[in-house]
Design a protein around this ligand. Structure first.
Ligand code: SF4
Ligand code: SF4
Length: 265
């Protein structure tokens, strides 16, 4: 159980948010309505995805002041506190891509044709999405986002939504390890960039580390663990999702959550 405590907590939070969206749609509950790009809490507080708002602004449309304030609140939370925590604690696609990652590991699935993408590919997709939004006057990624698709599939029963989610799952399972979240998703890329200096980080203690590499085995962003076994420091890369899987599987107490207040690097 100790090895899964954060995982269980993350799933409870992710599924509770999904449940509240479903309940808002089917039972009229007002606790949480909308979607992952723009939601309203208790019919009063707007919360918006800052990347979605960036696309809307790039497309030439204006957002209302309540939506802009909602985006600013979310941005500040991730910039100052949580870094890329949206990915592992909120985003429903994380449940799907984690499953593919786990099955791939469990059944030792290796791709016949080796496909490699640089980890910063997502930043190009991020830039491209803003350019396409500006050129075509629409929020480009929002139209095809598997996150929105999964939300629509669950809340409205959209078949097209399930199809897109299945494609992402199969790519992750058979073609590219951690393909979507680790290489392609521009929203994950956005939070990687803005959350680099957030205060909640994973901290590594080299003196406790036995170099067993268990953390590498479970991490979808394994390059961020490059200091493991070499130096005691925070995992400073913004790409770390703060999922805490590395902490859970470490039997040597060499990894833990900690607060980082210095701005080194
Ligand atoms: S990388 Fe994208 S799809 Fe994956 S968890 Fe993060 S926001 Fe969700
Ligand atoms: S370093 Fe740890 S917390 Fe960060 S993404 Fe990897 S497993 Fe998750």
């Amino acid at each position: 159980m100790r090895k899964y405590k954060f995982l269980i907590l993350r799933r409870i939070i992710q599924l509770s948010i999904l449940f509240l969206f479903v309940a808002g749609n089917y039972f009229g509950w007002e606790l949480l309505r909308g979607n992952y790009s723009s939601a309203i809490i208790v019919d009063s507080l707007h919360l918006s995805d800052p990347y979605a708002i960036l696309q809307i602004l790039a497309s030439g449309f204006l957002a209302s002041s309540s939506v802009l304030i909602g985006a600013l609140i979310i941005l500040l939370i991730y910039v100052l506190v949580g870094g890329r925590m949206f990915c592992s604690w909120i985003c429903p696609m994380n449940i799907i891509t984690d499953l593919a990652f786990r099955l791939r590991r469990m059944f030792k699935i290796e791709t016949e044709v080796r496909i490699s993408l640089p980890r910063n590919f997502r930043y190009y997709i991020l830039a491209l999405s803003l350019i396409v939004s500006a050129v075509f006057g629409l929020a480009a990624f929002e139209i095809i986002s598997p996150i929105s698709m999964l939300h629509r599939a669950i809340v409205f029963g959209s078949g097209a939504g399930w199809a897109i989610v299945a494609v992402v799952f199969l790519i992750d399972l058979f073609i590219l390890k951690a393909g979507w979240c680790g290489h392609i998703c521009p929203l994950g890329g956005f939070y990687s960039l803005v959350g680099k200096q957030a205060v909640i980080k994973v901290k590594h203690d080299k003196d406790n580390c036995t170099n067993c590499m268990a953390c590498f085995d479970v991490c979808i962003e394994e390059p961020v663990l490059s200091i493991v076994g070499k130096e005691s420091d925070f995992i400073r890369s913004g790409a770390c999702t703060n999922c805490a899987r590395c902490i859970e599987v470490c039997d040597d107490n060499a990894l833990k959550y900690a607060l980082k207040f210095d701005l080194k690097k």
